[in-house]
Ligand binder design. Structure first.
Ligand code: SF4
Length: 187
């Protein structure tokens, strides 16, 4: 049976168990109460993948978006897409969360928060963000260096080790795999 992840745990999970691409989307959503389409899709499918139910997803996005818009607008413009992600609208396909390759190769424009930060953030922003998360010294240097050299998934693996205080050097190819590896360790 699949684990159900309650949305009340997302703030702490985003710190402990989300890869940077999802942590930044979560924080941006909390901060601005909005995400653009690319971010809603990337983060929404990830949440489905970790075990957030459709009902909880609707509540999660609704609680944030209705801080800046009325409920009617949310229901008309955004709720459909959330149900769509869960295969409840349109072609009723069961959409899979994106893997790293797809996220890394995404088109990311100015003002977008989706994509892979190791690829799409400029190195000084990346460095500051990681510092803000308490990552320092050699780990900080190694992550930024790998990102600069185009080894985005290795940078991600080094971030994993820095956050978990491990030295596993995991091969990361999917944000949901990252999450599962983290949960395994923290159990
Ligand atoms: Fe996300 Fe994959 Fe980039 Fe890691 S390497 S931040 S999991 S897209």
């Amino acid at each position: 049976t699949k684990v159900v992840v309650p949305i009340e745990t997302l703030d702490s999970l985003s710190v402990k168990s989300f890869p940077l691409c999802m942590r930044q989307l979560h924080e941006q959503l909390r901060l601005s109460h909005h995400l653009k389409h690319g971010g809603r899709l990337q983060y929404g499918l990830f949440l489905k993948g970790i075990g957030v139910t459709l009902e909880d997803s609707l509540r999660f996005w609704r609680d944030e978006f209705t801080k800046i818009m009325d409920l009617d607008k949310f229901e008309k413009q955004y709720a459909y897409n959330i149900r769509y992600n869960y295969g409840k609208e349109g072609s009723k396909k069961n959409y899979s969360p994106f893997n790293c390759l797809k996220i890394i190769n995404n088109n990311v424009g100015p003002g977008d928060c989706h994509g892979c930060p190791y690829r799409h953030c400029d190195p000084s922003n990346l460095k500051n963000r990681l510092k803000g998360y308490g990552i320092e010294h050699q780990a900080l240097h190694d992550i930024v260096d790998m990102a600069k050299r185009g080894h985005f998934q290795i940078a991600c693996s080094k971030y994993f080790d820095a956050v978990h205080n491990t030295d596993l050097g995991l091969g990361i190819n999917h944000p949901n795999q990252y999450f599962e590896e983290s949960e395994k360790l923290l159990k």
